[in-house]
Design a binder for this molecule. Structure first.
Ligand code: TYM
Length: 336
């Protein structure tokens, strides 16, 4: 029986190593992971198998996976404290995903908003991986018997699915999995594009002024903030009728560690230009050490490989202990 020993609770979260991580990933997820690693036994996964749901270039995939590992470490994930690893190096993810696929229902996968968005209604020629990847995501978390899944708002539905699949498995085969809870913060869980506050900031978005990457040059940060859309009116305030300013204030608040209400009090009447200048300065200052650490780390490919290999070995121990239990419960028995 695979029961978590001791009192420390576990978290699991993942990030797709496609494109450059941006402020949305950082504010909605990565900066929380950095804090949480002191409270929880933490597993952070570079989900390279998920990156294959859209057409991919093999060389680029392996390159971007290492780059993303370097960026997470640059942001403060400590590979000695947390288990940081590549998904594809732990074969149990794909194995459990298959077993869960066999208890998942077409209807529940069809309801996934991300599938609807990414397939753009073309459900015939869209790749099957795009349809089934929330099951792989469920396997990612259930494998580690994680209690908590810190994510941005866009992943809420996927966490619901993993809860459903874990519960269904437990009901059919006996209590095996911990049913995980989503951890979605009340602020910054949905950072919007700078050029269109009705759309979330996204790695797959190619419009040049939509997002700011974590390794962005200071001049480029300042330029993008200057060109960010604002709302009608003159006052710098947040509110339902001010989606663009609310977004900029949320970003400012996250990097400064200052509540939105205080920022409103400081910048309310100074005009948009002054506010944007202050925001750009704050972003440049916050991201400067991250960019510097990233540049120091990313060149040492051998060291990154070593760190991620070590993480995968630790992940594999936990994953295999769960799979021994799962295999026996579903009638697959032991490995030779
Ligand atoms: P991914 O790579 O799209 O995003 C990584 C994390 O960043 C959050 N995020 C955002 N938060 C706020 N505002 C935004 N604009 C924004 N954009 C992204 C996401 O919510 C996420 O927390 N399928 C997942 C990766 C994954 C995973 C897992 C997550 C695979 N297995 C298991 C948790 C548990 C994904 O594509 O995330």
């Amino acid at each position: 029986m695979n029961v978590i020993q001791g009192s420390q609770r576990r978290i699991f979260s993942g990030i797709k190593p496609t494109g450059e991580p941006h402020l949305g990933n950082y504010i909605g997820a990565i900066r929380r992971w950095v804090d949480l690693q002191h409270e929880y036994e933490s597993f952070y996964c570079l989900v390279d198998l998920h990156a294959m749901t859209l057409p991919w270039d093999p060389e680029q995939l392996s390159e971007e996976t290492l780059n993303m590992g370097a960026m997470l470490i640059a942001c403060g994930i400590d590979p000695d404290r947390s288990v940081l690893f590549r998904q594809s190096q732990v074969g149990q993810h794909a194995e459990l995903a298959w077993i869960l696929t066999c208890i998942a229902r077409m209807g529940e996968l069809r309801r996934m908003v991300q599938f609807k968005e990414k397939s753009k209604g073309d459900t015939e020629s869209v790749r099957a991986g795009l349809f089934t990847y929330p099951v792989l995501q469920a396997a990612d978390v259930l494998l580690y018997l994680a209690h908590v899944v810190p994510v941005g708002e866009d992943q809420r539905q996927h966490v619901e699915l993993m809860r459903d699949l874990g519960g269904r498995f437990n009901k059919s085969f006996g209590r095996t999995f911990v049913i995980p809870e989503p951890l979605i913060s009340s602020d910054g869980a949905r950072i919007m594009a700078l050029d269109d506050p009705t759309q979330k900031m996204s790695k797959s978005e190619t419009r040049p002024n939509a997002s700011i990457s974590l390794a962005e040059a200071p001049e480029s940060i300042a330029k993008k903030v200057r060109s960010a859309v604002t709302d009608s009116g003159r006052e710098v305030t947040a509110g339902e009728d001010k989606p663009a300013l609310t977004n900029l204030l949320t970003i400012f608040s996250a990097v400064e560690g200052t509540p939105v209400s205080e920022l409103e009090a400081t910048y309310r009447s100074g005009g948009y230009a002054e506010f944007k200048q202050a925001l750009a300065d704050a972003l440049v200052q916050h991201l400067r050490p991250i960019k510097k650490r990233y540049e120091d780390l990313v060149g040492d490919r051998a060291e990154l490989e070593r760190l991620l290999d070590a993480g995968a070995r630790r992940a594999c121990e936990v994953a295999e202990s769960t799979m021994v239990d799962v295999r026996s419960r579903v009638g697959l028995g032991h490995r030779p």
